[in-house]
Unconditional design. Structure first.
Length: 426
């Protein structure tokens, strides 16, 4: 007998004898367990002892996890217990259709202390633990994992802005229809949800565009889960969108307004330094505010023949493949970056810049009309390039837009683009 290992002979076969740890007393009726090692060789028995004990611990852990009112936890525990016993979990209907030999194998694998089959093992191997219903809220939880490839490269702020519309869409659906099982969603449910949005559109609360976005995000969640979980459901989510009106675009700031108002001496003094730096950097580059916020010491390049910034997927995901680009720095934008060579850490991982700047501009009477915003600088920069006769290829390269034809060659040199932009820079 090897007392240290708990290996001892019973008849012609060696067993592992161990006291049940206190952690498992509630789900294991025995004080001591005897685990057959299925060998009459002591050396073989010793080599198998650790693995046998580990499997016993795994089984107890699975039973412990299943000792709960949570349907998902019980089902997951049953799946794990079946795996520990060497089987794949099958529901009772499929177990009943197994060949006789396979069924008997499962029956014989159930342990029976004191002649009483272990109930948890019977349920796991016979498939009597019902699979929990996949509700809409659970579908959203599952979606984050199934759609994780869509998050690769996103910054914390980008991830938040990607998640929030989907959370909102699911929350709205549940408020109208309830947290139903995905397989129980009917066409009437979806029409009720559409009616909810129609009422809000007619009441002037939202636009058709906003309603359609909610429908799209809800559909994305449900379709992704249906596909990736192989549910095979015929989801009633088609032909629900509303006819959209003309999309609103921000008007550009006029050249006179930029010169006389926005860049007037002292006009931006009360704006915090980082926000002021991003704003001035945008004047002669037209970058997206989020692109300006993401710039770092590595992507702000002033000590070279053509000072410029590099828009790269550094710690964040770019809007598109065309957004990666170099933009020469000129005028007030160049002067701003000379003061912010390290970038704008206050807003690098924050989504508050636009709200801060727009509130400031509104409070100071610096918005040309109520429809204007910080983003109007980007539209203004494009109009100024167009008025200066700059080639469409160059404009799109500077703006990070797709070209509606094949791109040939490397495009204009950085120095050439700098010379063109210098002519329209403030």
């Amino acid at each position: 007998m090897a007392k240290g290992l708990g290996v001892t002979r019973r008849g012609d076969t060696f067993h592992l004898r161990k006291r049940v740890p206190a952690r498992y007393r509630d789900i294991e009726g025995r004080d001591t367990v005897w685990i057959s090692l299925h060998t009459d060789s002591e050396s073989v028995a010793k080599s198998k002892a650790d693995r046998a004990w580990s499997q016993m611990i795994e089984a107890w852990e699975a039973k412990l996890a299943g000792d709960t009112e949570d349907a998902e936890a019980r089902f997951a525990a049953a799946q794990e217990l079946a795996r520990v016993r060497g089987f794949r979990y099958l529901d009772v209907g499929k177990v009943a259709k197994l060949p006789f030999e396979a069924l008997i194998e499962r029956v014989e694998a159930v342990t029976a202390p004191a002649g009483q089959p272990d109930k948890a093992e019977v349920a796991a191997l016979m498939g009597t633990v019902p699979e929990p219903q996949l509700t809409v809220s659970k579908a959203l939880e599952t979606y984050w994992t199934l759609a994780r490839e869509k998050t690769f490269g996103k910054s914390e702020d980008q991830l938040r802005r990607w998640k929030n519309p989907r959370i909102k869409a699911v929350t709205n659906f549940i408020a109208v229809v309830g947290d139903k099982g995905v397989d129980n969603i009917t066409r009437d449910d979806m029409l009720d949800f559409r009616q909810y949005w129609l009422d809000r559109i007619e009441g002037g609360e939202v636009t058709a565009n906003s309603a359609n976005k909610d429908l799209i995000h809800l559909g994305d969640v449900l379709k992704t889960v249906n596909k990736m979980k192989r549910l095979g459901l015929d989801l009633p989510i088609s032909d629900l969108s509303f006819k959209e009106g003309e999309k609103r675009t921000r008007p550009p700031f006029s050249t006179d307004w930029i010169r006389a108002k926005l860049l007037a001496p002292g006009a931006l003094d009360d704006l915090n330094a980082d926000a002021r730096g991003v704003f001035l950097g945008m004047v002669n580059t037209g970058y997206r505010p989020s692109e300006g916020c993401a710039l770092t010491a590595d992507t702000i390049r002033l000590d070279c023949d053509v000072p410029h910034i590099s828009i790269e997927p550094e710690g964040r995901q770019l809007k598109s493949q065309y957004a990666r680009r170099l933009i020469p720095l000129t005028g007030v934008s160049l002067e701003a970056f000379k003061q912010f060579r390290e970038g704008f850490p206050r807003y690098r991982d924050s989504a508050t810049l636009s709200a801060t700047v727009n509130k400031f501009l509104r409070g100071k009477g610096l918005l040309e009309t109520p429809a204007h915003s910080m983003y109007s600088l980007r539209h203004s920069f494009e109009d100024r390039m167009l008025a200066a006769g700059i080639d469409d290829r160059i404009r799109r390269d500077v703006f990070g837009h797709r070209l509606d034809r094949e791109r040939y060659g490397a495009g204009a040199s950085l120095a050439h683009v700098r010379d063109l932009l210098a002519g329209l820079a403030f």
